[in-house]
Design a protein around this ligand. Sequence first.
Ligand code: HEC
Length: 187
Amino acid sequence: MKSIFTLIALTFFFYSCDTNPNTEENIEPTTNYQEIGDSISTISQQTLLMNVGREIKSGGPVQAIDFCNLNASVLMDSLSKAHNVKISRVTSKPRNSSNTATNFELELLKSLESSDLMDTVVTHDKQVTYYKTIRLGMPTCLKCHGIPGTDISEETLDVVQLRYPKDNATGYHLGDFRGAWKIQFED
Ligand code: HEC
């Protein structure tokens, strides 16, 4: 009697071992958009920070603004090509108007700002897009996005206004919510 139970148990054991790999093979591999979006946005942020830091060191914020004005989107385009995605940043208070959030994104930014959530993946019409919160996490950010006259020098402000006459991106404090990275995946 005991051996029959053992046999049943063993059969069941081998049966399950045998079917498991097949079941796994049948599952479609799913892309982890959150993980990929997180690492692409981290790389993009590091690339921008590295370049801005180098320019500030060699010629102060004024030189760094000229650099961003000419190269921020070029850098994002080449990173986008390398990763087969479209990388950008969106905000409700843009410096560069091409970073203006859509109405849908404005709502999304509000919920990112008011929640503890750092990032989210949105699927719309088969288009998958990853968003990650950007905060003014370093005192350096204030040199160009802080309070004019206090954090931002007159000289820097002049160049900002020359390059971006419709600038909306000042008056921030350290730690403030600034917008989000946006990573659009190819379908
Ligand atoms: C040297 C000045 C400078 C510093 C320092 C700086 N920024 Fe900016 N920032 C700019 C300029 C110039 C642009 C517009 C770039 C463009 O034309 O695409 C910009 C654009 C942005 C944008 C895109 C949205 C928009 O308004 O166009 C975000 C988000 C942003 N900055 C966040 C930050 C954060 C966070 C820091 C600190 C880690 C920071 N910036 C530091 C000058 C600066």
